[in-house]
Design a protein around this ligand. Structure first.
Ligand SMILES: *Cc1c(COP(=O)(O)O)cnc(C)c1O
Length: 375
């Protein structure tokens, strides 16, 4: 069995048998010749059903997560929505209280209409999770590390709670990537990624994926949903994500080293009220993170002393960090989350979320130092 780095380079990367091309061909054709009578299962039919470039991506995604099967989508949201829509009417979804805000919005705005039910709980509080499970709970929907408080929840323990209740555990592991966390090996049933983030890795492609522990009826249902509702990954997007996967491990490891330095440095600054990074011994979930992850990731957030205005002034003063949403690219980004998430968000108003890129660490710290000094 090859190691992660090797699998990430070679999965779905067989040399093109027609031309000998090393780089995967991008098949843009929407339709495929099928003879006078189409025989189901005999090959490709139409791009919305499946296509060769997306197939390569799915082979690679399943291999790097250790899953039985992967399905690629047009975005992380499309992947999540397809999962929700496959649930039987009357199902209850137990969500993390700091679930990615757009999934929370999907639940608030559409679950009623889809005849689904949801409630939220702090997934780092296992007794609370036990108490929140209902008779009709079909899924525990978790995110680790979470956005933007970078909370880490115990995947193995939550898988046990889910399975004891006859429910599935779905893990949004976008922040962790399979370089750092293998949810399926810890008992999760499905892993979700916004491939827009670390997997694409260059802030130039939108995509999502579900990777499944078993190739069973759930996969067949979600495959049909994708085919009929149309949330497929297009061939060029599939190709860009596939290319990103090849260098995922080295990018993420470098980003972890820099994030750790930035977190340590911020934690020593008098103008910083709190730093949220699971690599810090002071992080409430540090022990769980150390046990289940191989490193602590490239995402962190911090709270600036002086409230909302001071946080925004700090973000405005940065020259190298770009004020922008999203994460996981080569450039470092910073964002005042409360103003993005809007009314009703539980995010503290003096919090800035940081995605560490691949710049030199000294330049990143110098930029933060001049911004904090200006306050
Ligand atoms: C960005 C993000 C999503 C949504 O993915 P899109 O590709 O933007 O649709 C879901 N979960 C997490 C943790 C994210 O960061």
């Amino acid at each position: 069995m090859h190691r992660f780095e090797t699998i990430a380079v070679h999965a779905g990367a067989e040399v093109d048998p027609e031309t000998g091309a090393i780089a995967a061909p991008i098949h843009l054709s929407t339709t495929y010749e099928h003879g006078a009578e189409f025989v189901p299962g005999s090959g490709y039919l139409y791009q919305r059903y499946s296509n060769p470039t997306q197939d390569r991506l799915e082979v690679a995604l399943a291999a790097i997560e250790g899953g039985a099967r992967a399905l690629a989508f047009a975005s992380g949201l499309a992947a999540g929505a397809a999962y929700f829509q496959h649930l039987p009417r009357g199902s209850h979804v137990l969500m993390a209280d700091d679930t990615y805000f757009a999934f929370r919005k999907v639940a608030e705005n559409y679950f009623d209409q889809w005849q689904l039910d949801f409630s939220t709980v702090d997934m780092t509080d296992l007794p609370a999770v036990h108490a929140a499970v209902r008779r009709n709970t079909a899924v525990l929907w978790i995110e680790t590390p979470s956005n933007p408080l970078i909370k880490v929840s115990d995947v193995a323990a939550l898988a046990q709670i889910a399975h004891a209740a006859g429910a599935q555990l779905v893990v949004d592991a976008t922040f962790a990537t399979p370089v750092l966390l293998k949810p399926l090996a810890l008992g999760a049933d499905v892993v979700l990624h916004s491939t827009t983030k670390y997997m694409g890795g260059h802030s130039d492609v939108l995509g999502g994926a579900l990777i499944f522990a078993r190739d069973d009826a759930t996969v067949a249902k979600i495959f049909d949903l994708r085919k009929l509702l149309g949330g497929v990954a297009n061939p060029f997007a599939s190709w860009l994500v596939l290319r990103g996967l090849r260098s995922l491990a080295v990018r993420v490891r470098a980003q972890c080293v820099s994030a750790r330095c930035v977190a340590d440095w911020l934690a020593a600054q008098p103008r910083v009220e709190a730093v949220h990074y699971p690599g810090l011994a002071s992080h409430p979930n540090h022990a769980v993170a150390a046990a289940q992850m191989s490193d602590f990731g490239g995402m962190l957030s911090f709270q600036v002393r002086g409230g909302r205005a001071a946080a925004i002034a700090c973000a405005a003063q940065l020259k190298l960090f770009i004020n922008a949403t999203s994460l996981g690219g080569v450039e470092s980004l910073i964002e005042h989350r409360e103003s993005v998430e809007g009314a009703g968000t539980p995010t503290p108003d003096n919090l800035l979320r940081v995605s560490i890129g691949l710049e030199h660490i000294d330049d990143l710290i110098a930029d933060l130092a001049q911004a904090l000094a200006s306050l």
